[in-house]
Design a protein around this ligand. Structure first.
Ligand SMILES: Nc1ncnc2c1ncn2[C@@H]1O[C@H](COP(=O)(O)OP(=O)(O)O)[C@@H](O)[C@H]1O
Ligand SMILES: [Mg+2]
Length: 617
């Protein structure tokens, strides 16, 4: 069901030599096993010729001669051939499994590592579930290319060649006769095969839609939304339509699949009937022996099956290699923030941050999506506006700068440039005087701590979530950080303390607790520069006071860019920068800005929070 044999899907697809070359490069560690696998296939095909020939000898030589010893001997050889065939089947399976699973392993690890290096924009545009299932399917499809497809094509060709050679050698007239019925079958078989592929493809799409709905609706946030909007029956209706699609295509695919095999059996039976019907006359005429007739009849069963297998070989081979192509497409996707050749490590950071005439626009979909994932990507209306337009700002080591401005003015965007989640479009961003693009991303990020609006926690214990920042930290380190972040008491009061598992996205903690935990995690990282994005925006007063205390601990001795809404937070900053429409509109201390009597002063006098600073017209 994973890879449909869909003629449409591979229509117009050419096997590119480059794809083949790279597929081979991925397979080459297994080249000896592949050769062994192919050898086993050939040996099995040759061994398959033995029984019919033995039948012939028993009928033509042993029985007429009354040679009981020969009968026993030939029967024994039959047993040996059967055992050999069984052993070869196992060896074949073992080889194909070890090649296939090995290849799956290699591709999976390569893809996982690659996806981790994809730019943030890629993740904002790609549905996680779709990405995961696509990667899984393509990896399995690529494995299919090397084992099943390659194996079955080679096996069918070899079996066919061996069997037809033997048949022609035995009795060419009967062989030709048996081939006459073939066109009767091949054409319909091809049509059914194509139909089967289309059905499988359709079924896969219904399945994907069904799975996407489940994964979107069956998480805490989705489930709550469904409840609050009273959409249960509507959801069930949509789901049942999709499930109905899966059901109906399932029935069709079972039916067509069976028709295919029944027809195959029918042709085999007809072929055998033709051989006996005509061949028996030849035996009566004395022109062939009874043994030859029986041998021919048993050979015939080994002709039809590989031939039908080969009718759809082209589509199968193409489909399999399309998977390889898709895997390579992901592996080749641009990593927006790749280390430049010659990038060097940032050591002993002091924490100076300087924006020098920075312009930024979000990368267009064409630069960040993988074409084969595009259909599942979010709407791709390419942003064509500069979100930041000539921002120049120099933050000294240890300085705390508050960034305020209307919602959508570009504050979060500005903050996301510091750890290079995105690269500037024009201008330069420097940390300690180094252009961040000259630094290795790992060492740059090591000195920057970010606490986002809605901090993410993994579905793991609190301790594990904290250790993510510093794997070597001791329990005592965790307690110190959590105490400083004013979250230790809350954790200690939990039934399992630090071993409490926080739910998917940390659901069991309140917003303020999550934020303090995120601050503790950042303290463990001990960065020189911290970036807080609206860390206090949606907290109640008590929580805010605690977070405020935690922040004070975090800010001391560090450079800080604080995107803040509340006047209390903003006032304490060394400097306030007002962003308006992607530009710095004003900057200075609270008193200076009040004296300036601009945007900031208006907002303070209006008594509003700073998310609501009115954008300029
Ligand atoms: N991932 C993104 N892709 C494209 N545009 C974005 C993305 N994130 C934000 N924007 C746009 O950039 C502008 C600034 O957003 P943002 O920096 O989040 O503002 P703020 O944090 O000041 O509210 C907005 O117009 C927003 O729509
Ligand atoms: Mg924001």
């Amino acid at each position: 069901m994973l890879m449909p044999r869909d003629a449409d899907a591979v229509k117009g697809v050419r096997l590119r030599r480059e794809t083949l070359r790279r597929a081979w490069r991925f397979s080459s560690p297994y080249s000896r096993r592949i050769v062994g696998f192919l050898a086993a296939i050939c040996a099995a095909a040759a061994l398959g010729l033995v029984p019919p020939l033995l039948f012939r000898s028993i009928l033509d030589d042993a029985i007429p001669a009354g040679d009981r010893g020969l009968i026993t001997g030939l029967a024994a050889v039959l047993v040996v051939a059967a055992v050999g065939d069984a052993a070869l089947a196992i060896v074949q399976r073992w080889l194909s499994a070890s090649i296939g699973e090995g290849l799956i392993y290699d591709l999976r690890v390569a893809l996982f590592d690659k996806v981790q290096r994809m730019p943030v924009a890629f993740f904002t545009r790609t549905q996680t579930g779709a990405l995961i299932s696509r990667l899984n399917n393509d990896v399995v499809g690529a494995q299919t290319a090397v084992t099943s497809t390659l194996g079955s094509v080679v096996s069918n060709v070899v079996v066919l060649a061996f069997t037809l050679t033997a048949m022609f050698a035995l009795e060419w007239r009967l062989t030709l006769l048996s081939l006459v019925v073939l066109p009767l079958f091949i054409a319909p078989a091809k049509r059914v095969g194509v139909r089967l592929g289309a059905i499988a493809h359709e079924q896969m799409e219904h399945n994907a839609a069904m799975n996407a709905q489940m994964s979107e609706r069956f998480n805490v946030a989705g489930a709550i939304l469904v409840k609050l909007f009273g959409r249960r029956s509507a959801e069930t209706e949509v789901f049942s339509a999709r499930a109905r699609g899966v059901r109906d295509t399932g029935i069709k695919s079972a039916l067509f699949g069976r028709i295919f095999f029944v027809a195959l059996g029918l042709v085999g039976a007809m072929g055998a009937a033709a051989i006996y019907g005509v061949g028996a006359h030849l035996v009566v005429d004395g022109s062939i022996s009874a043994g030859t007739l029986v041998a021919m009849a048993s050979f015939i069963t080994r002709v039809y099956q590989p031939l039908t297998g080969l009718t759809n070989a082209r589509v199968e081979v193409m489909t399999a290699f399309v998977s390889f192509d898709r895997v390579f497409e992901v592996l080749d996707a641009p990593e927006a923030v790749a280390d430049r050749p010659g990038a060097y490590d940032l050591v002993g950071a002091r924490g100076a941050v300087e924006f020098d005439d920075v312009f930024f626009r979000y990368p267009p979909a064409s630069e960040t999506t993988v074409a084969s994932l595009e259909t599942v990507g979010a709407g791709s209306s390419d942003p064509d506006v500069d979100v930041l337009r000539g921002v120049s700002l120099s933050v000294l080591p240890g300085e705390t700068v508050a960034i305020v401005g209307a919602s959508g003015s570009g504050k979060s965007t500005l903050a996301s440039l510091v750890p290079r989640l995105y690269d500037v479009t024009a201008g330069t961003l420097r940390v300690d005087g180094h252009d961040v693009r000259d630094l290795t991303a790992d060492t740059l990020r090591a000195v920057i701590g970010v606490v986002a609006q809605d901090p993410h926690l993994f579905h793991e214990s609190i301790a594990d979530n904290l250790l993510y920042a510093r794997p070597g930290a001791t329990r005592a380190d965790l307690v110190t950080a959590c105490t400083a972040a004013r979250i230790h008491d809350t954790i200690a009061a939990l039934p399992d303390g630090y071993d409490t598992v926080v739910g998917e996205r940390g659901y069991r903690l309140s917003g303020g607790e999550k934020q303090r935990l995120a601050i503790a995690r950042m303290l463990l990282k001990d960065p020189a520069i911290i970036v807080l994005d609206e860390a206090t925006s949606h907290l109640d007063n008590e929580n805010e006071a605690l977070v405020q205390e935690a922040l004070e601990a975090a800010l001391s001795g560090r450079t800080a860019l604080v995107i803040a809404h509340r006047l209390s937070t903003i006032r304490d900053a060394d400097r306030i920068v007002v962003i308006d429409g992607g530009r710095i509109a004003e900057q200075g201390t609270h008193d200076e800005l009040m004296a300036l009597d601009g945007l900031y002063a208006d907002q303070v006098r209006a008594g509003g929070t700073f998310g609501a600073v009115a954008p300029s017209p």
